[in-house]
Design a protein around this ligand. Sequence first.
Ligand SMILES: [Zn+2]
Length: 243
Amino acid sequence: MQLDILAFGPHPDDVEIGIGGTLIKHARLGYKIGIVDLTAGEAGTNGTPETRRRESLAAAEIMGAAVRDCLGLPDARLEVTETMLVPVIEIIRRYRPLIVLGPLSRDGHPDHQRAEQLVLAAAHKAGLRKYPASGESFRPPVVLQYLLGSYRKPDLVVDISPYYEEKMRAIAAHKSQFEARGNVETYVNDPAFLYAVRARDMFCGSLIQVAYGEAIFTDRQLAIDDLLSLQGPKRMSEERRRV
Ligand SMILES: [Zn+2]
């Protein structure tokens, strides 16, 4: 199966938080979406790898993802080593996505930062014909990043307003993480955490004059054939159309 978009997350709920709305939007547009969790989240205070896997599959269904895999790399011990790169490279070679999405993180969580480096390195090395990993070499043409726990001025913002409550449902599917009842109290099951996610998405939306947006980043050169497929802030584009 070839995917249009393959999104990597360090832990089983990160993709939902950072780029869930964009994935839902593109799944609804008919694109084939895949999610790969680098770890099973076994170092988290609440939940077991089994409950977290069940929850992540429920979230994947809400998002309309065609596949969700877990690479089982060690949670809280991610390192950018050739041993940890191999499975990331192999899964990129297997799904041959046109767009790879990985986290952009300056939030102090070492796994998040290492996941950023692992995904960037794997997206490059997957294209090296002689790299010793299985699968046919393939370099994804577009590699983009999403926000995880920090903020930087986005290169692009995706309007996710119509899909926002679905994004919140996908996050809430991770009951072991976000439900306070029956779980040990943590930073993420305090209601303030999801308010902060919502506030950030509202702020990103405000940058393009819509209710909710998700930020996209790229360090690579992107190409465009039709300049008119670019949009400015939504209200501005609509006013221009009315002129
Ligand atoms: Zn995480």
